[in-house]
Design a protein around this ligand. Structure first.
Ligand SMILES: Cc1ncc(COP(=O)(O)O)c(C=O)c1O
Length: 641
């Protein structure tokens, strides 16, 4: 058995005997006599998946204080929310109302029925976690080797494997990818658009793992997940508070819904060109102003953590929003693992947010585009039909089955070994940080370097799995260092700013990769010393202040507009989004005033060869003067709060 069980009994002699009897039945059991010891084992050993505990356990070896019932169980779940908890007690009469509702089962000690314990614990762990029902069914189906008379056209790869021209594709990906890439017309594999079988079961298991009421698999990225949620919560004329730092899909969702975005200016770190979290007081005061001004404020959407790993005090923000009757959506594209290690707690779901969207593919073992929508909204039943309709609207009728299987397996992996993998990421991150800081010209930025004064009191934390490295002392720009890493050292990093690099330490990071990155940076440091004409990175990296949103984005989006040279666009109104990528945060959304500062910045982005979506041969789409007048006369102009 690969997983372990933690058995807690304050009486040492009894514990020894119980350990012996359970281990003799093929279980892998470790023991503790007090809470402190049990917590240490839970922290150190990611393979522990079930806890069998007495009702009342002393806190330390000395045994002066005890924890019992719900309080005791909460202590364990706070460390490892994914373990199964069983009460193994000599107390027959339970104080039922004090169990906290988190127990998976009960065994009465005086029955000495070890076989029953083994059977039940095994079945509970396997049933609740250690399975991937969709993936397993897909493998079973592929093994049946049925003749395919249905889509897709490659018919389990037959069209490719016999081709003299296209066999490469088959050989590169391997036969199983094609055997598993089948059509929705196979009933035993269920339907993503109307799940009643293994997909439903896989989604329910994900819901348990991520702590939601309902979880939905989404096969076109969090880009789509965001649109589905926004179109569900917002109707034309409704308002939503939006972190201006949000991903472009949020703006597209708002356009589709016909809603009014009320943008929240993020904190800005000018020195490193980094957008930080929105200050808490901005969120709360804008929420109050919007409500006082009579706006139909339905929701708040925040990105947590940010691309650079800054984590909001999300539980407090959710509390404040809920107090005002505002729903909270958290874009957790970069933070899906938060539920599997206490270092990252709380996840949006644990913090009580109503919706969370996660790019499972970005940080866990799922194929690109694989995403999940988690729902905790207590009023979800009121909008469930609309949500499903939106899900249908945005989901292909031919979703990729291997992608669904990867979502199922990513969940299983995180539940079974996510804690251990994340411990490893945190350790590797510290090691890499120490190594990089031992160099003279690279410095890993700390929380205080990354955040600005306006969020200093907002209880922001830094995710250690995202390292931002200051490269200014090399005399090279972030882009130049990135290019050297790629072309000379075969290393691809996540993103750059003018003077920083950001790297992600995912569950796929290894010691070898870590050392290779260190050696490459060491080499670049040496090379930069001998460089004659050093580039002086500017103190003022590229960042932008939010300009006014003059018209509801949907109406600006559907205007015909006209294309003009970017250089001449100051003081006009954008009719489409303009988004540098990565990270995909729009600088302009339809309806927004184009300032000369924005024009300058976009020209500079272009000079740095940053990919910019929304410019056509140096031209930008803007509203014509007549369209501005018409939209104003129709009442689609937005006034400031
Ligand atoms: C904050 C944020 N949300 C959503 C997305 C879109 O996610 P996906 O690539 O899964 O569509 C991204 C992508 O970079 C992102 O950064």
């Amino acid at each position: 058995m690969k997983y372990k069980i933690l058995l807690i009994n304050p009486i040492e002699t009894d514990l020894k005997k119980e350990l012996h009897d359970l281990n003799a039945r093929g279980m892998n059991v470790v023991g503790a006599t007090n809470v402190e010891e049990a917590c240490r084992l839970l922290k150190e050993d990611g393979l522990i998946h079930a806890v069998l505990t007495e009702w009342e356990v002393p806190v330390t070896h000395e045994g002066e204080f005890v924890l019992k019932g719900a309080e005791l169980f909460a202590e364990f779940l706070m460390l490892r929310s994914e373990v199964n908890l069983f009460l193994y007690s000599s107390q027959a009469n339970l104080p039922y109302r004090n169990t906290g509702g988190e127990l998976n089962g009960y065994f009465y000690k005086k029955e000495h029925d070890y076989d029953d314990i083994v059977r039940k614990v095994r079945s509970e762990v396997i049933n609740s976690k250690n399975r991937a029902p969709f993936f397993e069914k897909l493998v079973e189906y592929a093994k049946k080797a049925k003749d395919s008379w249905h889509t897709p056209g490659h018919a389990s790869g037959y069209s490719l494997k016999n081709s003299i021209w296209a066999r490469d594709l088959y050989e590169f990906f391997g036969p199983n990818l094609f055997r598993a890439d089948i059509s929705v017309s196979v009933p035993m594999l269920d339907s993503l658009l109307h799940p009643t079988g293994v997909i439903k079961e896989a989604q329910e298991m994900a819901s348990w793992a991520f702590g939601s009421r309902f979880t939905f698999f989404s096969t076109n990225g969090t880009s789509t997940s965001n649109k589905i949620v926004l179109q569900t919560l917002l109707k034309p004329g409704d308002a939503i508070l939006v972190d201006r730092n949000c991903h472009k899909s949020v703006n597209y969702g708002i356009i589709l819904a016909g809603a009014e975005p009320i943008y929240l200016s993020p904190s800005i770190n000018a020195r490193f060109g980094i957008f930080g979290p929105v200050p808490k007081k901005t969120i709360i005061s804008t929420m109050d102003k919007a409500l006082a001004a009579g706006r139909r404020l339905k929701a708040l959407i925040l990105t947590n953590c940010t691309y650079d790993g800054l984590i909001y005090d999300i539980a407090d923000i959710v509390r404040q929003a809920h107090k005002r009757g505002v729903k909270v959506i958290v874009d957790e594209a970069w933070y899906g693992y938060a539920t599997f290690h206490p270092h990252f707690y709380p996840s949006a779901m644990d913090a009580g947010a109503d919706y969370a969207t996660q790019s499972t593919h970005k940080t866990m073992s799922a194929f690109s585009q694989a995403s999940m929508i988690h729902v905790k909204d207590p009023d979800f039943e009121d909008v469930r039909d609309l949500f499903m309709e939106n899900f249908q609207m945005h989901t292909s009728t031919s979703p990729q089955y291997p992608m669904i299987a990867s979502l199922d397996m990513a969940r299983k992996q995180m539940v079974m070994e996510g804690y251990g993998l994340l411990c490893n990421c945190i350790e590797l991150s510290q090691m890499l940080k120490d190594n990089i800081n031992s160099l003279e010209k690279f410095k890993v930025l700390e929380l205080d370097d990354l955040i600005s004064d306006d969020v200093a009191k907002d209880r922001i934390r830094l995710d250690p799995t995202k390292l931002t490295i200051d490269v200014s002392a090399t005399g090279l720009t972030g882009k130049e260092v990135e290019r050297y890493l790629l072309e000379k050292h075969n290393i691809q990093i996540e993103k750059t700013t003018y003077n920083t690099l950001t790297i992600l330490i995912t569950i796929g990071a290894t010691q070898s990769k870590l050392n290779r990155l260190y050696l490459a940076l060491e080499n670049i440091e040496k090379m930069s010393t001998s460089r004659k004409n050093k580039v002086k990175p500017s103190e003022n990296s590229v960042f932008l202040k939010l300009s006014q949103i003059r018209f509801t984005p949907r109406f600006a989006f559907y205007s015909d507009g006209e294309f003009i040279q970017l250089r001449e666009a100051a003081n006009r109104i954008a009719a489409s989004s303009v988004t540098p990528y990565p990270p995909g945060i729009p600088v302009l959304v339809p309806g927004q005033l184009i300032t000369s500062e924005i024009v300058e910045a976009l020209l500079r982005y272009r000079d740095y060869q940053i990919e910019i979506h929304g410019l056509t041969e140096g031209c930008i789409k803007v509203l014509t003067a007549e369209e501005e007048e018409t939209l104003t006369s129709y009442g689609y102009a937005i006034t400031d709060l």
